[in-house]
Design a protein around this ligand. Structure first.
Ligand code: FES
Ligand code: FES
Length: 202
């Protein structure tokens, strides 16, 4: 589910997992689009489902239990550790990725539910050696300290800029409020997002 702004997100990990368990179980029954390998038995808890995910423009096959979150599939199955696990319960935004261009908290969605979607992680932003304008702006504005929240902030900022929610500092703060920073770099993050928005509009 989309994560911005924070106050608009009334879903908790409990409610999301409750609602998605049913969907995941039925989704797990569907044959994988690429392999056609899944069977009804794969819906049993503890069984493994073969899922093809499109990540950063590449087709990736993972074998996961239906309960595995997209976050864990990315980090632990595909080695894409740029996406961070902070709270693992939908509160911090460290795990933010883009799914079909929309920012979501990857700890609140299941991998089996993201078949057929285009997933973008922080590893997929740069164009070769050329950083995405948001990445470059975060460096210019020193918009991080420990870096724990940074990839989530950057992914959310990419969407925030694209959505056009950068008209003022207050608007940026509002639409980035789903991403928390324990180091309190907010001033620099807001400046970086505003700068990146100007860069993109140029
Ligand atoms: S790790 Fe997903 S919101 Fe905190
Ligand atoms: S830079 Fe440390 S949590 Fe944001």
């Amino acid at each position: 589910m989309p994560n911005p702004p924070h106050h608009a997100n009334t879903h908790t990990r409990r409610t999301v997992l409750k609602s998605t368990t049913v969907a995941a179980a039925s989704t797990a029954l569907l044959p994988d689009a690429a392999s056609g390998a899944a069977s009804p038995a794969a819906a049993n808890p503890g069984d493994v489902v073969r899922v093809t995910l499109s990540v950063n423009g590449r087709s990736r096959v993972v074998d996961v239990e239906p309960r595995v979150t997209l976050l864990d599939a990315l980090r632990e199955r595909l080695g894409l550790t740029g996406t961070k696990k902070g709270c693992d319960r939908g509160e911090c935004g460290a795990c933010t990725v883009l799914v079909d261009g929309e920012r979501i908290k990857s700890c609140l969605t299941l991998a089996v539910m993201r078949r057929g979607s285009e997933i973008t992680t922080v590893e997929g932003l740069a164009d070769g050696d050329r950083l995405h304008p948001v990445q470059a702006a975060f460096i210019r504005h020193d918009a991080f300290q420990c870096g724990g929240c940074t990839s989530g902030q950057i992914m959310s900022a990419v969407a925030c800029v694209r959505e056009g929610h950068t008209g003022s500092e207050a608007e940026i703060r509002e639409w980035m409020s789903g991403n928390l920073c324990r180091c309190a770099c907010y001033q620099n993050i807001v400046a970086a997002v505003a700068d990146a928005a100007r860069e993109v509009r140029r």
